[in-house]
Design a protein around this ligand. Structure first.
Ligand SMILES: NC(=O)C1=CN([C@@H]2O[C@H](COP(=O)(O)OP(=O)(O)OC[C@H]3O[C@@H](n4cnc5c(N)ncnc54)[C@H](OP(=O)(O)O)[C@@H]3O)[C@@H](O)[C@H]2O)C=CC1
Ligand SMILES: O=C1OC[C@@H](O)[C@H](O)[C@H]1O
Length: 398
């Protein structure tokens, strides 16, 4: 009963977050959003409401009407619209930081332009189309003394930190095999969604696949040695030409120490019996020498999750001792967080701290983003689909 009450509370506070008073004695970080993207409310607009030192000041969209409607709906002071809107927003001296939720294929160009304009950048995942682009963006940010973060929000939540701590404390022994699964039924995204557009950096390995690879690398604490196998379902093309867009991919990796990892992601799981949609699956399973750990909903743990730890011989022993943990708030004394904080809220806390020159409680380094893109690309290489197209944009801006 208590857990249903907690779930409803968290759900309510995630959609109608408590507002806090904005600080009057420390400088405000004023965000500008590039594009009136669907993810912006959850990832930034709601989280800033409860942050005393952050506000969304401006939005830019390719159409002025859309920018204005979005600004009105979310009480954003400034709306830029039209073909030059994105650049106008970057040139606005009132903007300190940019949130970049553009299609993947535009991440590189607009992040480079934002950094060029002297803005910090909170950049949606996946960071770009290629590891080379990602490396360049982080090197450029460093050379300009600016903060750049790839928005793997789940990595900031205490639930995944607890999973990592259980695995690292040795109670289950060495990790032998990890499975990371993200599956959504057909219909979640329309056929013309950016996720299925090759030119815009689409494909399941770019979308949900980048989370699964990220999680695998985090859990194993190292990069893979090689992609052992990879197989994909493809998006049909209109003209029957060969498709380069994967809608579902399963890839297996070899890791140091004879460990292996498998990622499975799918965004168009066919309906059961032709009409019953599959329940979304977001699951992490870690098989260890002396037991097994399963985390349900590692991506959105703030809503609901379970961490099931089974000690014993996972190879068929049915009498394993089981316990379930749930972690919505950091347990370390003094650590920041509330039961209702979403993954995005934790991420925002870290980002603002970093921009302010403070040391965030948790951070994702440049190397993490570069490695992630490297292994997403290696999966595409293995399936024969190839990396998504590199951007034509080049600095310096004339
Ligand atoms: N962290 C997370 O949990 C999530 C992250 N994402 C990531 O965020 C990004 C955006 O995803 P999502 O919000 O679902 O996507 P949307 O399609 O809703 O938003 C993309 C935005 O890009 C702009 N845009 C600019 N050029 C183009 C173009 N040629 N075609 C289409 N759109 C264009 C549009 O802006 P305009 O308003 O100017 O027209 C649009 O608002 C992706 O990188 C995705 O991977 C997505 C969902 C969840
Ligand atoms: O969290 C997510 O789940 C659904 C995806 O399509 C999206 O891009 C991703 O970030």
């Amino acid at each position: 009963m208590a857990s249903i009450y907690g779930f409803v509370q968290r759900l309510y506070k995630a959609s109608v977050p408590p507002r806090c008073a904005k600080s009057t004695d420390s400088p405000m970080i004023r965000f500008g959003i590039l594009g009136a993207a669907n993810i912006a409310p959850a990832a930034l607009l709601k989280p800033v409401l409860s942050h005393p030192e952050a506000v969304v000041y401006a939005v830019a969209a390719r159409s002025l009407e859309k920018a204005q409607a979005f600004a009105r709906k979310h009480s954003i002071e400034k709306a830029y619209g039209g073909p030059t809107a994105y650049q106008e927003l970057l040139d606005d001296p009132n903007v300190d930081a940019i949130y970049n939720p553009l299609p993947n294929g535009l991440h590189y160009e607009w992040t480079m332009k934002a950094l060029h304009a002297g803005k910090h950048v909170l950049l949606e995942k996946p960071s770009s189309d290629t590891a080379d682009e990602t490396r360049e963006m982080f090197e450029y940010a460093k050379s300009k003394g600016l903060v750049l973060l790839e928005a793997f929000h789940y990595r900031f939540h205490p639930a995944i930190h607890r999973v990592k701590a259980i695995l690292d404390n040795g109670e289950l022994g060495a990790i032998k095999h990890v499975e990371v699964t993200m599956k959504l039924p057909k219909g979640f995204a329309a056929d013309d969604d950016i996720r299925f557009n090759y030119e815009l950096g689409g494909g399941i390995m770019m979308d949900m696949g980048c989370y699964t690879v990220n999680c695998l690398r985090y859990i194993l604490g190292t990069d893979p040695l090689e992609v052992l196998s990879s197989i994909s379902d493809l998006m049909p093309t209109n003209d029957g030409s060969p498709s380069k867009v994967d809608t579902g991919t399963t890839a297996t990796f070899a890791f140091p120490g004879d460990a292996t990892g498998t990622v499975t992601c799918h965004m168009r799981v066919p309906y059961m019996l032709g009409f019953i949609p599959h329940f979304p699956t977001i699951l992490l399973t870690v098989h260890c020498e002396n037991g097994e750990l399963k985390m349900f909903n590692f991506v959105m743990p703030s809503m609901y999750h379970t961490i099931e730890v089974s000690a014993g011989d996972w190879k068929g022993n049915k009498s394993m001792k089981k316990r379930i943990e749930k972690v919505y708030k950091p347990t370390e004394p003094g650590a920041k967080g509330e039961e209702w904080w979403t993954t995005y809220r934790y991420q925002l806390e870290a980002f603002v701290d970093k921009v302010k020159g403070l040391t965030p409680e948790y951070w994702l380094p440049a190397e993490d983003a570069i490695s992630n893109m490297t292994w997403v690309e290696k999966v595409y290489e293995k399936t024969g689909l190839g990396s998504r197209p590199q951007s034509n944009f080049k600095l310096p801006i004339p």
